[in-house]
Design a binder for this molecule. Structure first.
Ligand SMILES: [Ca+2]
Length: 163
């Protein structure tokens, strides 16, 4: 079972209404579907934030991001996708979310950046991550803050070639 799935079934995202440990009830399933379908609503952001915030301290740290991203790396490898290393992801996520305190992403940071869906998909939904990547391959970034040169589209946000 994938880590994010374990978090859902543990009731970390929201207390389970089924009344049975590690079993989703109808309401739990609806919450999951709605949160998965649109990860940009405040409700969904809260839901997924609790999934990723493993120690429930109110911050998503690089350690927690990497914990989930390691499974994405494995999926990319299995699907013969070009593997994007975590260090590149962390840099891109930091540029995208611009947390008030670097290395500590809060739920408010995610709501403010308007890119929470991308943030969560990068961490645990490879299909949506790739779909997003292929949406607009000619898009030019311009959002980077480290003075690097980027290639277009989602890769612009994800892969950069520093010069
Ligand atoms: Ca945490």
């Amino acid at each position: 079972m994938f880590s994010v799935t374990r978090r859902i079934f543990s009731g970390a995202c929201r207390p389970l209404s089924s009344g049975v440990a590690e079993k989703l009830g109808y309401h739990d399933f609806i919450w999951l579907l709605l949160s998965e379908e649109d990860k940009t609503s405040d409700t969904a952001i809260n839901y997924w934030f609790r999934a990723i915030d493993l120690d429930d301290d109110g911050y998503i740290t690089p350690y927690e991001m990497e914990f989930f991203y390691k499974e994405q790396l494995h999926r990319m490898d299995c699907l013969a996708q070009e593997v994007v290393q975590f260090e590149d992801i962390l840099c891109q996520m930091t540029d995208m979310v611009k947390p008030a305190r670097e290395g500590y992403v809060t739920v408010l940071d995610l709501k403010r950046c308007k890119q929470a869906g991308v943030f969560f998909n990068v961490l645990f939904n490879l299909t949506k991550f790739i779909q997003y990547d292929q949406k607009d391959p000619t898009q030019v970034c311009g959002s980077c803050t480290c003075g690097c040169w980027c290639v277009g589209g989602w890769m612009c946000r994800l892969i950069r070639v520093c010069v």
